[in-house]
Design a protein around this ligand. Structure first.
Ligand SMILES: NC(=O)C1=CN([C@@H]2O[C@H](COP(=O)(O)OP(=O)(O)OC[C@H]3O[C@@H](n4cnc5c(N)ncnc54)[C@H](OP(=O)(O)O)[C@@H]3O)[C@@H](O)[C@H]2O)C=CC1
Ligand SMILES: O=C([O-])CC(=O)C(=O)O
Length: 267
């Protein structure tokens, strides 16, 4: 356990903003020493004392001991490499990057070589602890259904698969593997990689994606069966005000992870 933690947040959008606000409100013993973005000249209202950087190589000069990504799929490889190479633990939100097995393998190699760790929080999910524990005794099936309001799928490939704006009933526009779901919907289905890595893997976890014109929440329903027994977890998440695609739970799970790093009681 560290008495305090120096954090670099990668991405300065809905999730990072919420995380920074909550850490400040809760007076967590952490400092946000850097914010990593694509274009430093456009970053506004970053936390006091945080350096704005737009080059992963600049991470080394920030002194960050924990690098927390909430930016997007393309950010994971470059920022993750830089973080792990300097021996900082790297927390990944855009887990869709791991549909490419080579990216995960390379980052794992860097983590091992530098005595650092890749940390995958539950993101918008709950029950990942039970799924991961159950997998140790063998799982037979895992199904993950993601249902979001139709508007949350705007600007994604779902637009070509159902009439998002004219829907009157729920439309299941994708059914397939977790790998295919996260690959095609990297802003909305990172969670499919999390339930897969905890459970049956990217090619045996079945995923359905649903646009529901009547929904007010981002809903995640995970059903799993195996030697342990059977589980069913369902969350109805409020979306973040800054991004209807992202559940507030994603930020909450990051705050939990960060606070657990500096607490004598981990829960
Ligand atoms: N694990 C999970 O359960 C979930 C994961 N996510 C992931 O988290 C990501 C962030 O979500 P959210 O905060 O809602 O999104 P936002 O769109 O609100 O914010 C994303 C931020 O990241 C920045 N960004 C994008 N690409 C890069 C990059 N390559 N390098 C540095 N910064 C970058 C954007 O900057 P700009 O565009 O201005 O350059 C923006 O500031 C999502 O894209 C998704 O991948 C989201 C929800 C749940
Ligand atoms: O926030 C959510 O509910 C899930 C999400 O966007 C993702 O997994 O990318």
């Amino acid at each position: 356990m560290s008495a305090s933690e120096d954090i670099a947040l990668i991405g300065w959008g809905a999730i990072s903003g919420q995380v920074a606000q909550m850490l400040a409100d809760r007076a967590a013993p952490v400092r946000i020493v850097a914010v990593g973005v694509r274009d430093a000249s456009r970053a506004r209202d970053v936390p006091d004392g945080a350096k704005v950087i737009d080059d992963p190589d600049a991470l080394a000069g920030t002194g960050a001991t924990l690098v927390v990504e909430a930016a997007g799929r393309a950010s994971v490889d470059p920022w993750g490499s830089a973080a792990l190479e300097m021996g900082a633990d790297f927390v990944v939100s855009s887990t869709s990057a791991f549909v490419d097995d080579a990216v995960l393998a390379r980052l794992r190699g860097l983590a091992q070589a530098n005595g650092a760790r890749i940390l995958i929080p539950p993101g918008a999910l709950g029950g990942v602890d039970a799924l991961s524990a159950a997998a140790r005794m063998g799982l037979d099936s895992v199904t993950h259904i993601v249902t979001k309001p139709a508007a949350a799928w705007a600007g994604t490939a779902a637009e070509g698969l159902c009439d998002l704006h004219g829907l009157t009933t729920p439309c299941t526009f994708f059914e397939g593997t977790a790998r295919a779901a996260a690959d095609a919907f990297p802003q909305n289905a990172n969670v499919a990689v999390i339930s897969s890595l905890a459970g049956l893997g990217l090619d045996r976890t079945r995923v359905a994606l649903v646009a529901d014109p009547g929904a007010a929440h981002n809903t995640h329903r995970i059903e799993a069966a195996g030697t342990f027994g059977r589980m069913l977890v369902e969350l109805e998440n409020h979306p973040l005000p800054g991004n209807p695609k992202s559940s507030a739970m994603t930020a909450l799970n990051l705050v939990r992870l960060i606070e657990n790093r500096v607490s004598g009681l981990v829960i």
